[in-house]
Design a protein around this ligand. Structure first.
Ligand SMILES: Nc1ncnc2c1ncn2[C@@H]1O[C@H](COP(=O)(O)OP(=O)(O)OP(=O)(O)O)[C@@H](O)[C@H]1O
Ligand SMILES: [Mg+2]
Length: 272
């Protein structure tokens, strides 16, 4: 049993995040400066700038096509042809030691649709675990990760069953467990509860809240109530740009921009 391990044990700070700039500089988990992206000649993101605190949930809201998913894909290096600067724990993501593959382990991304591998529940969680030290602790890591994803109680007696036998809600939590098992320093989530029933949604939200005590979460959501419930800060995007960003309380109750006000009221934005 590993139930007595603390959250800090579970999310040991990866070595990469110790490579920080000098102590008199303010360090944020993520500092995005003038990020721009064009795909097939079309401007997808322009002049996107914001920073992510070192813990807590930050939500990204905005209409369909605003560029929210594209932004997440730039931040974890799935898209690399962007312009501007992304500092991860104070270090330039383009110069990340070990390249984009290592960056993707440091900045985890959970997609909207759960993607489980054709393997057992246990194998799915262990997928990204490298190194003999970690592999020797695999059983322990599987339990810790599944607990963090609020899935342990439902699967502890069937860890060798195929992951495909899980419900969609359970598969989404399995994806969270798999991402958490490699101890990311930052977690990006793209509409993680969009296809879930209310109970699974609640479990995923609880798991996010627990994780956010130790690492920052950047969560794209169309669920404005969820953003208010979970996120200390919210970024409103439209047409590839950040329109407004700030404390969620402030942004939802007294938005500064007319575009934000319209979006919150009508769920549409006509800035493009
Ligand atoms: N590979 C691509 N090539 C060309 N255009 C793309 C590509 N990927 C995304 N786009 C375009 O970029 C824009 C932003 O897409 P993105 O998926 O980031 O939006 P989104 O805000 O996540 O939308 P949704 O809320 O519907 O998920 C869209 O107009 C989309 O058609
Ligand atoms: Mg999207």
């Amino acid at each position: 049993m590993v139930a007595d391990l603390t959250q800090a044990d579970c999310l040991r700070v990866p070595a990469q995040s110790l490579e920080k700039p000098s102590s008199n500089m303010e360090v944020t988990a993520l500092q995005v400066e003038q990020l721009g992206l064009q795909l097939d000649g079309k401007v997808i993101l322009q002049d996107v700038s914001f920073s992510l605190p070192t813990s807590g949930v930050t939500s990204v809201i905005g209409p369909s096509g605003a560029g929210k998913s594209s932004l997440l894909r730039c931040l974890n290096g799935l898209l690399t042809q962007w312009s501007g600067t992304v500092l991860v724990d104070g270090a330039d993501s383009r110069q990340w030691r070990g390249g984009w593959d290592r960056l993707r382990r440091h900045v985890g991304l959970i997609a909207q649709k759960p993607v489980v591998f054709d393997a057992s529940i246990r194998a799915n969680v262990c997928f990204g675990i490298h190194g003999w030290r970690q592999r020797r602790r695999a059983d322990e890591l599987v339990e810790i990760s599944l607990r963090q994803a609020a899935l342990w109680d439902e699967v502890k007696d069937r860890l060798d069953a195929p992951a495909a036998t899980l419900s969609v809600g359970q598969q989404q939590r399995l994806c969270i467990a798999r991402a958490v098992a490699i101890k990311p320093a930052i977690l990006l989530l793209d509409e993680p509860t969009a296809s879930l029933d209310p109970r699974s949604k609640q479990l995923v939200e609880q798991s996010m809240q627990r994780l956010a005590r130790d690492i920052p979460l950047l969560c794209v959501t169309h669920d404005l109530e969820q953003a208010q419930r979970l996120a200390g800060r919210t970024i409103f995007m439209c047409d590839g740009r950040v329109i407004e960003e700030g404390e969620s309380n402030q942004l939802f109750s007294q938005p500064e921009c007319i575009e934000t006000r319209e979006f919150l009221r009508w769920s549409v934005c006509d800035c493009n």
